[in-house]
Design a protein around this ligand. Structure first.
Ligand code: N01
Length: 544
């Protein structure tokens, strides 16, 4: 298909064929709407398609990191590991696309470059990199909240003659690291996963660390028949629990109920000894919510500090060199305000003879040369540079595309001082545009698949409401948008969330305004707020 603009008008065009996009396609098709999804990648997978780096693995347990809307999918899919690797997640989504016969309504290799709302026709008009055009009444955007990679801005990087690889653009042909000197920038979720694996494969690795983060072991393992039996019996209960817990993130399925239940109580309800045991049990069990042991972990500074100190204390017990352990120790920000990283053998890797750690806060990379990086006036020779340097999160996926609303202004302009949205779903001046995982929604702080499902259903209901009532336009009001945006910002004022620089607040992208990008009020509160809006006949929207 090269040009459909003159031939047909879609009811809905969906951007992205990851978790949110596939589910949206299925749900809206079931509603009898004419829907098409476009996807930049050659297959399904969304962000997981691109994050091909070795070690890429989800930090939410696989049993809970999948769709819940279909009993068929539940019955027929079996995860093989506690935390699914990138390839298995991609296989899952490919299988879902086949099982639900979605592929016929997806155009792959179609990178969206332009989307504009035409006021006269009331239609969205789309253009892709390969020259295809589409028109649709509704635009449902699901490109993934963490999908626009950024590179470190270091002088001379463009002159470096070795291979430069961003983890989210890993080459299809696996690099031959044998005997080679590899530098790596970034010790976030991607960096902590890729470092241990490449360190085993290369001749020498130099890790350039800027802000050591809190880190927990994943304790990944194959799932057993016992796990499947347990899941069969507890699936509904567990899902209810996830739906009702404010901020459940992952890593808990394998914990004893008594430890899990502590998460609903304040730390002060437990003795020092009990709290220590709870932290130890969580550490032994593994997962990113090790420190999120009590309901006030992200509210009470002292509770948070205790969790932080517990995690800090573990580093010295693993890393042999005390100076290296110190460099790896997070300081100056609260646990959880920068996403806790989860991996296998991250700290252990710094005991290897072929791995060096350089603190770029005290010894910055002055510049790159053709052959390496200059630090403290001396060249560190490199053959490869891996950039696990992160993403322009939440807004970047849409601002890299030329998306224009009814007055011709682009989202990038409108969000110039920080994103304004209603429920993270709708933007004033952009009628019939709906975002999954948008700024102002809690998606990235929750089990993102669960929040996506909720948003897909909510948006589908809204589109159906618009269609059934014969409306042409549905857009949020300025008042609803301002109130929601203020609420999102107020939630972090003067509390722990303000302590860290990270992609949560956009500070990782030069020039991006420093505002909280995700809703920190929790999944349950958010869902209740969305449900209330729907039940009251969508007072946050204007229909015409
Ligand atoms: O990116 P990040 P990520 N010089 O932004 C460093 C999800 N995810 O790709 O902290 C030196 O977290 C930067 O340093 P600093 C997950 O939600 C999930 O790792 O800014 N360093 C930081 O260490 C995650 O949170 C999974 O000081 C520079 C790193 O690069 C999100 O994606 C796996 C630098 C970037 O860390 C993003 O994770 C992967 C410079 N110039 C990703 N520029 C799982 O499910 C940047 N850095 C497990």
């Amino acid at each position: 298909m090269t040009n459909t603009a003159d031939e047909e008008v879609l009811d809905v065009l969906i951007l992205g064929a990851g978790f949110g996009g596939l589910h949206s396609l299925h749900r809206l098709r079931e509603e009898g709407l004419k829907v098409l999804a476009i996807e930049a990648a050659p297959d399904t997978g969304g962000a997981w398609y691109w994050n091909r780096y070795p070690g890429a693995r989800c930090d939410v347990e696989s049993l809970a990191y999948c769709y819940t809307f279909s009993p068929i999918l539940d019955a027929e899919w079996k995860w093989t590991e506690r935390y699914a690797g990138r390839d298995e997640i991609c296989r899952y989504l490919q299988w879902v696309a086949d099982r639900l016969d979605l592929r016929k309504d997806i155009r792959f290799n179609s990178r969206l470059t332009k989307a504009a709302f035409d006021k006269a026709s009331g239609l969205w008009e789309f253009e892709t990199e390969n020259g295809a055009h589409y028109r649709a009444r509704h635009f449902l955007s699901s490109p993934g909240p963490i999908s626009a990679p950024i590179m470190p801005n270091i002088p001379g990087l463009d002159t470096f003659r070795g291979e430069v690889i961003h983890t989210a653009r890993w080459p299809e042909t696996y690099p031959d690291f044998a005997g080679k000197r590899v530098g790596i920038i970034g010790t976030g979720s991607s960096g902590t996963q890729v470092i241990p694996i490449v360190a085993e494969q290369c001749g020498h690795m130099t890790v350039f660390i800027r802000t050591p983060n809190f880190h927990a072991p994943a304790r990944n393992r194959p799932l057993t028949q016992n796990d499947y039996d347990w899941w069969e019996q507890n699936r509904d209960l567990t899902r209810d629990r996830l739906q009702n817990c404010l901020r459940w993130g992952g890593g808990d399925l394998m914990l004893d109920d008594s430890i899990n239940d502590a998460m609903f109580r304040k730390a002060s309800e437990f003795t020092d000894e009990e709290r220590r045991e709870i932290y130890e049990s969580r550490w032994e069990c593994g997962g990113g919510v090790v420190g999120w042991a009590f309901c006030d972990a992200m509210i009470d500074k002292d509770v948070n500090e205790e969790a932080a100190n517990f995690l800090r204390s573990k580093i010295k017990t693993i890393v042999n060199d005390p100076d290296v352990a110190e460099t790896l120790t997070p300081k100056g920000f609260a646990y959880g305000t920068k996403r806790c990283t989860v991996g296998t053998d991250f700290y252990e890797t710094f005991n290897r003879d072929n791995v060096d750690l350089i603190d770029v806060k005290t010894s910055p990379i002055e510049r790159f040369t053709e052959t390496g990086a200059i630090v403290d006036g001396r060249e560190i020779p490199l053959d490869f540079l891996i950039c696990a340097s992160g993403f322009d999160a939440l807004t970047g996926a849409l601002t890299v595309i030329d998306v224009r609303g009814e007055d011709g202004r682009s989202l990038a302009e409108v969000w110039g001082n920080g994103p304004h949205t209603y429920l993270g779903i709708s933007v004033q001046g952009f009628p019939n545009l709906y975002m999954i995982g948008g700024p102002g929604s809690p998606s990235v702080l929750t089990n993102v698949v669960m929040t996506n499902e909720m948003q897909v259903d909510w948006i589908a209901d809204l589109i159906c409401y618009t269609e059934k009532n014969g409306y042409k336009r549905c857009e949020t009001t300025a008042e609803a948008q301002d109130t929601w945006t203020q609420h999102v910002n107020d939630l972090v004022k003067g509390n722990l969330w303000e302590t860290a620089d990270s992609w949560y607040v956009g500070s990782n992208v030069p020039g991006k305004p420093r505002v909280i990008l995700a809703y920190v009020g929790g999944y349950g509160t958010y869902k209740a707020r969305c449900t209330e809006d729907r039940e009251q006949g969508y007072p946050g929207f204007r229909f015409s």
